[in-house]
Design a binder for this molecule. Structure first.
Ligand SMILES: [Zn+2]
Length: 67
């Protein structure tokens, strides 16, 4: 098992999870992990250990900033 840390896209919380190591993992192989922060399932790239769809910039603002 190996520990991965990712940022939950739903809550913005850093989450630690243990995943199974796979030395044969390809850069396009993703592992579903249950997120304790939001209760959803996210996908972790086994090679880079980054979240699926995680980009350096967000595509668009879908939420209004008014309270
Ligand atoms: Zn989450």
């Amino acid at each position: 098992m190996t520990k991965v840390i990712f940022r939950c896209p739903q809550t913005g919380v850093n989450v630690e999870r243990l995943i199974e190591e796979d030395t044969d993992a390809t850069p396009n192989e993703f592992l579903p992990v249950r997120c304790p922060a939001c209760g959803r399932t996210h996908f972790i790239n086994r090679a880079t250990q980054k979240l699926l769809g995680q980009e350096e910039s967000q595509p668009a603002k879908s939420q209004g900033g008014r309270a």
